[in-house]
Design a binder for this molecule. Structure first.
Ligand SMILES: *[C@@H]1O[C@H](CO)[C@@H](O)[C@H](O)[C@H]1NC(C)=O
Length: 219
């Protein structure tokens, strides 16, 4: 009886594990697979460069200490080296991002279609939050100080704001070599070609004139 239960639990655990393993980037089957951008082979990710041609530079990116220019409407700057900048990230399922914020600067609501994110504050005071899908639309947020770490779960909409009087800096790590970014406002109001304004008027329960105003910055 007990043995049968244990077997069932083990099978259940194994089933869950294999599902999880398939849901994200697969485990590497060799030490590394440095991206060969010149290869004509199309695979999920990039083909591997001949390991004999691989050098330390394939694993290197310099410049994340440099402050970004936050003189823009959002008051923020993002520097995110992914596999395109660090070919050695290919197949490894990780990447990194630095964000700079002016006071009240915002990284607007966005999602990464292929990654979870873990963020730490190096400087300043940052409000960070994400919205859940189940239960629907619950805001989970926290004010973070230097050294605090916050997690944005896989694919969920999240944002950051520097709520302090001075500059802020965050570093984050993402569980994909190519996490992707969908900025919500840009995707909804700035798509090319635009989403029909009657669709957006109904979705947001506002007049078309309001929709047109929201679309204007992207025209
Ligand atoms: C920062 O960006 C603004 C707007 O594009 C530009 O006018 C300014 O010269 C930039 N500052 C630096 C230090 O590059």
């Amino acid at each position: 009886m007990m043995a049968k239960l244990m077997l069932q639990l083990t099978l259940l655990a194994l089933t869950n594990f294999s599902t999880l393993a398939k849901a994200h980037e697969p485990s590497p089957l060799q030490d590394f697979c440095v991206a060969d951008f010149k290869s004509r082979v199309r695979v999920n990710g990039f083909a591997c460069l001949d390991p004999k041609q691989v050098t330390a530079d394939h694993f290197l990116f310099r410049g994340l200490h440099v402050r970004g220019n936050t003189s823009n409407p959002l008051g923020s700057f993002i520097n995110r080296p992914t596999v395109a900048e660090i070919p050695g990230l290919n197949t490894l399922g990780i990447s990194t991002v630095r964000a700079d914020y002016a006071s009240r600067g915002v990284v607007p609501p966005h999602r990464h279609p292929r990654a979870s994110e873990i963020l730490t504050v190096l400087e300043g005071t940052v409000l960070a939050g994400f919205v859940t899908s189940d239960p629907g639309n619950r805001l989970v947020s926290k004010v973070l100080q230097k050294g605090d770490v916050f997690v944005f779960p896989f694919g969920l909409i999240h944002f950051q704001e520097n709520i302090g009087p001075g500059k802020a800096v965050t570093m984050a790590f993402l569980s994909s070599q190519n996490p992707g970014v969908i900025a919500i406002a840009n995707a909804i109001f700035g798509s090319n070609p635009p989403i029909n304004d009657h669709v957006l008027a109904k979705a947001f329960q506002v007049d078309k004139s309001v929709v047109n105003k929201l679309q204007a910055p992207y025209n």
